[in-house]
Design a protein around this ligand. Structure first.
Ligand SMILES: [Zn+2]
Length: 365
């Protein structure tokens, strides 16, 4: 996900569209009134943290890049269809895999610009007060809270905590005041460093702990885990980043675990598919068996007819009977097999029911 500094770069690049009229609107966005921007003039190009905003006369366009969003200016992205494309006389603007929305109120009414770490309106005292109001927040969650540190993303979070030598699972209320001040200060400082490195394509080179395996200070192993309510990836050094306070139990995730849900659903679908395939195979086998048996019956009947013409019809009759008994055997076997097969899952289900019915009880205790 692009972090605040990346949006600032976009804002700079897109500044040339301010004062320009939108000539054409395209893209696969399902917003019903997406064409309302056509022939309207962009009054201002703004950002609030990770929100990109185009202000028109009585409304604004808001782009949120979510987890995989991206943009292109004056060029198209290969093998991707834009969610929204805006054509101007002096170039065009394309957004991919982003959330597109209109805001009807004046932006100054709904955005707290003082929460944007990269804004001139940034207010560190207000951020500190917000943190002090939530002493049980984990440091790793606090930095990602967009109402406190708008624009801070996962990379900035990890690097800031390493810079100020604070374990990501520390609780905000347990931080000594100078460390709390440092956390607020570095959220902004690091964001500007990020921006400067990004401009010259040196961001990755300057990362100390994010996506690293060895601590640059002590040579220890960098640890990695999805922590906090946000369950975002934290990288930290146990030796260099002491734990202040902390919680006995990890807080509940604030979002449904999206990544884990999908494989589970896929697994379920695969199991269902396998069961259908197995059923089909069993049915096919039964049909094949029947066909073989039928063939055998026909063969024997023909043989009986040719050898004993009309003299021994009694001999043909029993073989036919035996032959017809043979194919009947498999359905019979199937019939007896089916209840046994069914009986097993019932037993299993009972067991599972027992287990699940006892589980909440034990949890309640
Ligand atoms: Zn270390």
């Amino acid at each position: 996900m692009p972090e605040g500094p990346t949006l600032l770069l976009l804002r700079e690049e897109a500044a040339k569209f301010a004062g320009r009229k939108v000539l054409e609107v395209a893209g696969n966005s399902r917003l019903p009134d997406i064409q309302r921007m056509r022939n309207k003039t962009v009054r201002a190009v703004r950002t609030w943290g990770k929100h990109f905003l185009l202000e028109f006369d009585r409304f604004s366009l808001r782009i949120h890049f979510l987890l995989f969003g991206s943009y292109r200016i004056d060029e198209l992205k290969e093998n991707a269809s834009p969610r929204l494309s805006l054509r101007f006389a002096n170039g065009d603007l394309h957004f991919y895999a982003s959330s597109v929305r209109f805001i009807e109120q004046p932006l100054d009414e709904i955005y707290d610009w003082s929460a944007d770490v990269l804004s001139d309106a940034w207010d560190p005292a207000a951020a500190k007060a917000k943190l002090q109001a939530h002493p049980d927040w984990l440091a790793c969650d606090a930095l990602l809270d967009q109402q406190v540190f708008s624009g801070v993303g996962n990379i900035i979070k990890n690097e800031v905590l390493y810079r100020i030598r604070v374990h990501p699972l520390s609780t905000v209320g347990a931080l000594p005041e100078p460390l709390l001040d440092a956390l607020v200060e570095e959220a902004r400082n690091y964001s500007f460093d990020f921006l400067a490195w990004r401009r010259v394509y040196l961001l990755t080179k300057n990362l100390l702990v994010h996506r690293r395996s060895v601590c640059p200070s002590c040579g220890g192993k960098i640890r990695l885990a999805e922590l906090g309510r946000t369950r975002r990836r934290a990288f930290w050094c146990d030796r260099c980043q002491p734990l202040y306070g902390g919680l006995a139990v990890q807080p509940e995730p604030m979002y449904a675990p999206r990544r884990r849900k999908r494989p589970a659903a896929a697994k379920k679908a695969a199991v269902a598919k396998k069961a259908v395939a197995e059923d089909a195979a069993v049915a096919k086998k039964a049909v094949a068996k029947k066909a073989v048996a039928k063939k055998a019956v026909a063969k024997k009947a023909v043989a009986a007819r040719s050898t004993a013409a009309g003299q021994v019809p009694a001999k043909a009759a029993p073989t036919q009977k035996r032959a017809t008994a043979a194919p009947a055997k498999s359905p019979v076997r199937k019939k007896t097999a089916a209840p046994v097969g069914k009986a097993k899952p019932v037993g299993k289900l009972r067991k599972i029911n027992k287990m699940t019915s006892s589980a909440p009880g034990s949890r309640a205790r």
